[in-house]
Design a protein around this ligand. Structure first.
Ligand code: OOG
Ligand code: MG
Length: 253
C-alpha cells in the first residue's frame, strides 16, 4: 500500500517551496492519486487556505497531445492561487509555470451527479474569460496520469476577467493570448470538448464521484482551449475572448 500521507507531503512541499521533484516511482492507482491530491490539499487548508472551486484538465485535444495524457482530470483551487486581473505574480514562486486560455464558470447553486448541459447551465451564475497558470512540480514538466493527479493536476494560479450573465453564447468564441502585445496563442472555446459546458457536466460527475458536490459561489475552470505556453519574468500576458473581454497579468522576478 502506498503511503498516501508521505506522498501528499512530497507533492505539497514541492508546490509550497517551488522545488521540483522526480516523477513518482511508487506504484499507485488513479484512486490513490486522487487520495494523495486530497491529502495534500488538507495540508493547505491546515495552513489557512480555503477551497474556491475546481479546475478541469485535458478537456481539449491540443492539451492531451501536448502532454501525452488522454483522460480528463480535475484538481482543487484555493484562494492562495488567485492572481488579480491586471495584477502581478512572482516567477520565483513557481517551478516552470505555463499559461493556458480557459473559460471560468461561477456557480449559483450546488451541482453534482449526472446532469444535462442545460441543467449544468442552470447552476451557472456567470461566465468569464480566464487564464490558468499551471506548474507541474515534476522535473521537465513530464508526468503520467497518476503523477499529475497526485500533484493537484498542476494547479498553481488563475486569473479571471469580467463576469457575464450566462445567456451569451460561449460555445465557439475566438481566443487570442498575447505576450507583451504579440499574439502567441489563438484558439476557440469550442476546442473545450466542443462546448465548454460539457466540461461543467464532467465536473459535476467527478464531484459526485468524489462525494464533494460543487458549491454555490465556487469557480469551475473549464480546461485549456489550446496547448500551454511557458512564462518568464518580464512578460505582460493578456487573454482576450471574443464577446467576453479580456484578463491580464504581469510576471515579475
Ligand atoms: C495538467 C493540467 C491540465 C488543462 O487545462 O488541460 C490542465 C498539465 O498540463 O500540467 O490544466
Ligand atoms: Mg488548465
Amino acid at each position: 500500500m502506498p503511503d498516501i500521507k508521505a506522498l501528499a507531503q512530497r507533492v505539497d512541499d514541492a508546490a509550497r517551496y517551488a522545488k521540483e521533484i522526480p516523477q513518482l516511482v511508487e506504484q499507485i492507482t488513479l484512486a490513490d492519486a486522487y487520495a494523495i491530491q486530497k491529502e495534500s490539499l488538507a495540508r493547505r487548508y491546515g495552513r489557512g487556505e480555503r477551497q474556491v472551486g475546481i479546475k478541469m484538465g485535458f478537456t481539449s485535444r491540443e492539451k492531451m497531445v501536448q502532454m501525452g495524457v488522454h483522460d480528463m482530470i480535475w484538481g482543487r483551487l484555493t484562494d492562495r492561487m488567485i492572481v488579480e486581473d491586471g495584477g502581478t505574480t512572482s516567477f520565483k514562486t513557481y517551478v516552470h509555470p505555463r499559461i493556458e486560455p480557459e473559460i471560468a464558470f461561477l456557480l449559483k447553486r450546488e451541482l453534482a451527479g449526472t446532469v444535462t448541459p442545460l441543467q449544468a447551465l442552470s447552476a451557472v451564475e456567470a461566465v468569464a474569460p480566464a487564464v490558468e497558470l499551471i506548474d507541474s512540480r515534476y522535473q521537465g514538466f513530464k508526468f503520467s496520469l497518476t503523477d499529475v493527479v497526485a500533484d493537484n493536476s498542476s494547479s498553481s494560479g488563475f486569473v479571471v476577467g469580467p463576469w457575464h450573465a450566462p445567456d451569451v453564447d460561449f460555445s465557439n468564441l475566438g481566443i487570442v493570448v498575447s505576450f507583451n502585445g504579440a499574439p502567441v496563442l489563438v484558439g476557440s472555446t469550442a476546442a473545450i470538448l466542443g462546448h465548454p459546458l460539457r466540461s461543467l457536466v464532467a465536473a459535476a460527475r467527478f464531484a459526485a464521484e468524489a462525494q464533494e458536490p460543487l458549491k454555490a459561489g465556487w469557480l469551475v475552470m473549464a480546461g485549456g482551449a489550446s496547448h500551454a505556453e511557458a512564462l518568464k519574468p518580464g512578460l505582460y500576458v493578456e487573454c482576450e475572448v471574443q464577446n467576453l473581454g479580456r484578463c491580464s497579468f504581469s510576471v515579475v522576478e
